[in-house]
Design a protein around this ligand. Structure first.
Ligand code: GLV
Ligand code: MN
Ligand code: MN
Ligand code: MN
Length: 393
């Protein structure tokens, strides 16, 4: 492999969006995101490819005519991050896609179908709450009116953020022309668990994505003075909120799922005021939909209001495609995951999709500690190149 190009690309993005608190914060449509979009354009241009941003903000760099009947082989991932996230979740898939393309071209592979590198916008949903916004809009799984009105913590909407970035949010929505071009999609991703460590394998292939969703829970009470209000006179929403977090943990254990409250907003948010309102976001996932739904139904009566902000049903990747790719890689492990991905959204929309995972020595992800060894990243690029070659020739 074109090791130098991989390392060079990795270095080029390594300072973009570094968070002084640790890791990377690369919100969609923020200055780091725009810088990464420019990096994508330049990487495409260096290879003589035109990078094109579709009307939902996803980026595509095509090698060959994208309008070839039957579509092409698309590989890539995303460049946005969770807040204070790791370096690999997303960018590893995009950088590896360019490196795999270089490898095919260096070896003189002549594709029978066009090949593209793709970058989906706002995969993490860190800014506007809904994950995989770009792929959901592309496939029509997210209503464009709802998307435009999604509001971030700063009170600004997605439409405003796009306008500030010089984009027109008027074009959001299902995009048949772009979708038709995606004959098959392969997303390479750092593993977000330790299955490959246990299997002693540097790469694996995706079997399924657990059903998962995010719910907003509102707890209401009455703001008051922290020093002068007798305990008996308080209506403190922090108490039912705290009980709900503990109940979520217990219910998750009982139902055999996972549940997380990773984001909370307390109003007015003063150390010397009893809160008037607590807003919490519950993320729940599991191998099957029923127990996840049961957990949410059980917790819902504890809050004054519950709103589902996103839901992704179980995704089973195309078994024939998955087995073909695992075989092309010499029989690598086939793994399910509890993490959401654009490949899952595309698979749900009927696009043949697959995933290639790269071993993560600690399994830690959505954290600055996320890691993959350079040798495993190289193995990932080689695997991706092999898979793309298998699909395009
Ligand atoms: C995205 O990475 C998610 O699975 O939450
Ligand atoms: Mn992620
Ligand atoms: Mn990701
Ligand atoms: Mn993800």
């Amino acid at each position: 492999m074109t090791e130098a190009t991989f390392d060079g690309m990795w270095r080029a993005i390594s300072e973009v969006g570094r968070d002084p608190g640790g890791g990377y914060t690369r919100d969609a449509w923020s200055p780091p995101d725009l810088e990464l979009r420019e990096w994508f354009r330049q990487e495409a241009a260096r290879r003589g490819l035109d990078a094109h941003e579709d009307r939902n903000g996803n980026m595509w760099a095509w090698w060959g005519d994208p309008d070839t009947p039957g579509g092409g082989v698309v590989t890539g991932s995303h460049l946005d991050s969770v807040r204070q996230g790791g370096a690999y979740d997303g960018p590893l898939g995009v950088v590896s896609a360019f490196a795999a393309l270089d490898d095919l071209r260096a070896r003189g592979v002549r594709p029978r179908r066009p090949v593209a590198v793709a970058c989906f916008t706002d995969e993490e949903g860190a800014r506007f709450g809904v994950p995989c916004i770009g792929s959901r809009l592309l496939t029509g799984a997210l209503d464009p009116g709802r998307a435009r009105a999604l509001t971030g913590d700063d009170g600004g909407t997605l439409a405003e953020a796009m306008r500030a970035a010089g984009r027109d949010p008027g074009g959001l929505g299902r995009d048949e022309t772009t979708l038709r071009r995606v004959g098959v999609f392969v997303e390479l991703h750092v593993e977000q668990g330790r299955a490959l460590v246990h299997e002693e394998a540097p790469v694996g292939v995706g079997r399924a994505i657990w059903p998962h969703g995010r719910w907003r829970l509102e707890f209401r009470g009455r703001a008051d003075h922290a020093g002068t209000t007798r305990l008996a006179d308080r209506d403190d929403p922090m108490l039912p909120f705290a009980e709900t977090v503990l109940a979520a943990r217990e219910a998750a254990r009982r139902h055999g799922v996972v549940a997380t409250v990773g984001k909370v907003r307390v109003r007015p948010g003063s150390a010397n005021a009893i809160p008037g309102r607590v807003t919490a976001w519950l993320d729940a996932r599991g191998p099957e939909e029923g127990p996840v739904r049961a957990l949410v139904a059980e917790l819902a009566p504890r809050a004054a209001e519950v709103a589902c902000e996103s839901w992704t049903p179980l995704v089973e990747f195309d078994p024939a495609l998955r087995d073909r790719l695992a075989a092309a890689l010499g029989g690598v492990p086939v793994l399910p995951t509890g993490a959401g991905h654009d490949a899952g959204v595309l698979a749900s929309a009927g696009v043949p999709s697959a995933m290639v995972y790269v071993r993560n020595p600690t399994g830690i992800s959505h954290s600055p500690e996320e890691h993959a060894e350079p040798d495993d990243c190289r193995a990932g690029v080689a695997a991706l190149a092999r898979v793309v070659e298998e699909l395009c020739t």
